[in-house]
Design a protein around this ligand. Sequence first.
Ligand code: SF4
Length: 248
Amino acid sequence: MLTSGWKSVSMVDVHGKVTFTLWLCGCNLRCPFCHNWRIAEGLDCFPLDRKALLDELEASAFLIDYFHVTGGEPLMQWRELSSLFAEVKLLDVPVSLNTNLTLVGPLEKLLKADLVDHIATDLKAPPALYGLPEKPAEKLWRLFLRGLEVVSDYGIPLELRIPVAKGFDAWPYIEEGLRRVKTDFYVVLNPLVGRPLTNPRDEDWCSEHCWPGREVEELRERLEELGIAVHVNQFMEGSPGQALSSSV
Ligand code: SF4
């Protein structure tokens, strides 16, 4: 497997939980705000030393709530990930997967094998946030909605992250996504930030759409009116070599 590294104890990658976090390389999306684009594009990556990882995980297991895998998009390497999760399960450590939920077939295989205990995903609304042409982006949005249904079918607890950008009418998509969620979940709002805090993939896009203002509070109010638990992050998921970075 190709990785960019791991952190044996992290308190910032899953809300309110302590995780052992592994970053895997590659991604099928091109989000313009991505701060992990070097990992997503397979740069700064090296083969995973599985034995070293599992030894370190075993040593930290008493401290952590989840073995959390993020990226990039971890399901790009789903076969190897499946066997890694099986080994982690032998250590009696719960597994959390951060995925963009568009690789639905691989996702379903892992859930069917009972290898995942928690999912974190981004509801990227509108699908223009995928950074792809309109037609593929709409198709990926439909796959994401299907992914939400699959997670719900298996009753996996969900951290639903919503990246908040400036200048889009995201609410119709957010509502469409929320209608698919029928499992335990809470929302984490991630205001998109750019330089100097992060190094986004597309600085021009970010100068137009990053650093939202009132959008964040407005969205929080709308979600809370629906009775949804909402947390607001000022910072994104951390990764090795970056003070702040985005999630999948
Ligand atoms: S934000 Fe996540 S899904 Fe988007 S390109 Fe980056 S790693 Fe991939």
